[in-house]
Design a protein around this ligand. Structure first.
Ligand code: CS2
Length: 489
């Protein structure tokens, strides 16, 4: 079947939006580490808008630090792919032209470092997921004994990790008398800019102290809040699009209409006119971050575990269950008291909008997709808020059920007895802890010893232990739907 490409672009149906600029004349101003669906449906669209506005500096070179999958999808398509926006019954198609190629880090590490050190590159964006930062989720420190971090520390000529590539490329830029690029983390981590900065500086300091000093003085790692729901593409999505386009697009991504990017106003050098592109620039991203992580992502994770355990495959199906819907509202009531909403964010309106976004049945967002990597997500989504509520003498009934649902998911079996794969970097450890625990309460106690997930003060707080244990027992005895209902009765 013919593929989407520069050649077949002109023959697409008229309703498909496409790059209106000269792709061949664009430069590579951005290198993106971790070119998954989220980048292609979010940041790449903003850079595509920049190119379309006539500023041709902002083409994107994508990099995959793991598998060649996206490169193999996009290479035969000249980097083109379709963004399919599904908003209820409406579907909008737009071909994105910003991607100028994909390098696979493990195949060509030196080429990727060289590309990042190019004088035209001003920005390095990242979506490498929580675990890609190689930081301890509770302390935020670089995992020096991670084998790949250790390999990068020993030899940066062929980096393996995201911090390794950044340090190697900055070392090269410094040697060539270039300015550092701005590093923009686009992962759902609290203080994402500070975190990647800390990891990069910790590695640079070991490699060459003067390099760390230079990065500290000249570099910029703005904090960001990024938001767009981007479910994984399915073979059915690709087939449906092929029927509409008349050509095959293996690199398509699907997303909701909503999109938001808030970036701290701190850059090391050139950047597109972000404000004109709809990006919010601010001096204080953290209030935005907290609201998004604790309301959107907190509810997402809680409902993903509860839904996946009780057999709801997609988010829109789970949130249609009255007990889950009421539970989400209860969770938001709890989370809301821990927020310091930024000016311009009306929490009531935000909550209503979130519920509508979760209810978008055209997205087919799988609960098991969100359930992935929970050990990396729980601290910022549910535990930080729970700790703050306990410190304020408030209860955590709903939050505790979300946390307990994550614990139940670690057993690798749904309520109907179906075995599931626990896709999580700590899955081996949680399975081991559960296997060694005798009885339900012992299972909770065993999981609470995971210091990479549960801060020790929280794990030792009897109110926390009691709330989570009670929720866990209720889940086991009553099932997820009834346990959720009891939280709100
Ligand atoms: C989701 C997020 O998979 C997950 O963990 O909660 O990817 C969520 O869809 C995005 O953060 C929305 O911006």
């Amino acid at each position: 079947m013919t593929r989407l490409s520069d050649q077949t672009l002109a023959g697409l149906p008229a309703e498909v939006a496409r790059p209106g600029y000269d792709r061949a004349a664009a430069k590579t101003g951005v290198v993106h580490l971790g070119i998954g669906a989220f980048h292609r449906a979010h940041q790449a669209v903003v850079f595509d808008d920049a190119l379309a506005s006539g500023d041709l500096r902002w083409g994107v070179l994508g990099a995959s630090l793991r598998s060649p999958g996206v490169r193999d999808q996009l290479d035969p398509q000249d980097g083109l792919y379709t963004l399919v926006v599904r908003d209820g019954a409406e579907e909008h198609l737009r071909v994105i032209g910003a991607c100028r190629g994909v390098l696979v880090g493990p195949e060509k590490p030196a080429a990727l470092v060289a590309a990042m050190a190019d004088a035209d590159v001003h920005i390095v964006t990242l979506t490498v997921t929580e675990k890609g930062y190689r930081l301890d989720p509770t302390t935020g420190e670089l995992l020096m004994d991670d084998p790949e971090v250790a390999a990068d520390l020993a030899d940066l000529s062929a980096p393996r990790t995201a911090p390794g590539f950044i340090v190697a490329a900055l070392r090269e830029r410094k040697a060539r008398g270039l300015r550092p690029f701005t590093v923009i983390s686009c992962d759902n981590l609290p203080h994402n800019g500070k975190r990647i900065r800390a990891g990069v500086l910790a590695m640079a300091r070991r490699v060459e102290p003067a390099l760390a000093d230079w990065i500290e003085a000249e570099g910029a790692f703005p904090q960001t809040m990024i938001d767009r729901i981007v479910p994984a593409t399915t073979p059915d999505d690709v087939a449906r699009l092929e029927a509409r386009l008349g050509v095959r697009d293996e690199g398509m991504v699907k997303a909701e209409l909503f999109t938001q990017w808030v970036i701290e106003n701190r850059f090391a050098g050139e950047r597109p006119d972000f404000a004109a592109l709809g990006v919010q620039l601010t001096d204080a991203v953290e209030p935005w971050e907290d609201a998004k992580l604790r309301l959107l992502n907190g509810a997402h994770s809680a409902v993903a575990y509860l839904g996946a355990l009780s057999g709801y495959e997609h988010v829109h199906e789970a949130v249609a269950v009255p007990a889950f819907r009421a539970f989400i509202e209860a969770l938001w009531d709890e989370a809301e008291t821990t927020l310091n909403p930024p000016p311009g964010l009306n929490i009531a309106a935000y909550r209503a909008e979130l519920m509508a976004r979760f209810s978008n049945s055209a997205l087919m967002h799988r609960t098991r997709q969100i359930a992935m990597d929970g050990s990396q997500k729980l601290p910022q989504r549910l535990l930080a808020g729970a700790a703050e509520r306990l410190a304020a003498g408030q209860d955590i009934k709903a939050m505790a059920l979300g946390i307990a649902a994550w614990m139940r998911w670690q057993s690798g079996v749904t309520e109907s007895g179906e075995a599931v794969v626990v896709d999580d970097p700590l899955a081996g450890r949680t399975a081991g802890l559960l296997a060694g625990a005798d009885g339900e309460e012992a299972k909770v106690a065993a999981l609470l010893t995971l210091s990479a997930v549960f801060p020790s003060a929280l794990a030792a707080d009897p109110r926390f232990v009691e709330a989570v244990t009670g929720a866990y027992l209720s889940l086991s005895a009553n099932g997820a739907v009834e346990a959720a209902r009891r939280v709100t009765e």
